[in-house]
Ligand binder design. Structure first.
Ligand code: SF4
Length: 187
């Protein structure tokens, strides 16, 4: 079972895993805020999946489940993201165990803005608990190709990770990168 966060991030990991596995995609993302954004990302992924004949299972959207998982660590980005990874990958690992799948992977590591070590920690822990194999995969090297293909396909590409906190954090990160670029240009 491949946990997918969005359509653009699905492209490369799905093709890479398909070479050696039968893959079912699971959309398990109660972190995404607001609901319209959740639906937009899901519908982008589903439209691509339909064209390719890819099986997708959606775990029903329940933002309160995510809020409960990160309660107390909302302001600590690292701790919050770790709890968020554990929640989403845990949902997929338990579903995989229930339905007799052997292994779980995620598309989250396509993004260079995510922490692959934190994702691997979460994936290993929840898969060990559920009794399935964690297929660790660092897909960051596929990011440029994922961007190229998603542009070519006209896919919606989001400007922030997903939760309400990440909207402001993404804007701060962009402002910092702009400041760093202009400082470098002045040198
Ligand atoms: S920034 Fe992304 S990974 Fe971190 S808690 Fe928010 S949605 Fe989850």
């Amino acid at each position: 079972m491949l946990h997918a966060c969005c359509g653009p991030c699905l492209l490369e990991p799905f093709d890479a895993l398909l070479a050696a596995h039968e893959v079912t995609v699971v959309y398990a993302n109660p972190n995404i805020h607001p609901a319209e954004e959740y639906e937009r990302r899901r519908d982008t992924l589903l439209a691509y999946a339909r064209e390719r004949g890819i099986e997708v299972v959606e775990i029903p959207y329940a933002q309160e489940v995510w809020a409960e998982a990160v309660r107390g660590v909302e302001a600590d980005r690292d701790a919050r993201c770790r709890a968020c990874f554990r929640l989403r990958l845990g949902m997929v690992a338990r579903l995989a165990a229930e339905q007799g799948y052997e292994a779980v992977a995620t598309t989250l590591t396509v993004s260079p803005y995510q922490d692959p070590a934190a994702i691997a920690d979460a994936g290993e822990a929840v898969c060990a608990e559920a009794g399935v194999v964690w297929l660790a995969g660092d897909f960051r090297e596929h990011y440029p190709e994922a961007i190229r293909r998603s542009r070519e396909l006209g896919m919606y590409r989001q400007g922030y990770c997903g939760c309400s906190f990440s909207i402001a954090e993404a804007e701060q990160d962009r402002a910092r990168r702009r400041a760093e670029r202009s400082a470098n240009e002045r040198r």
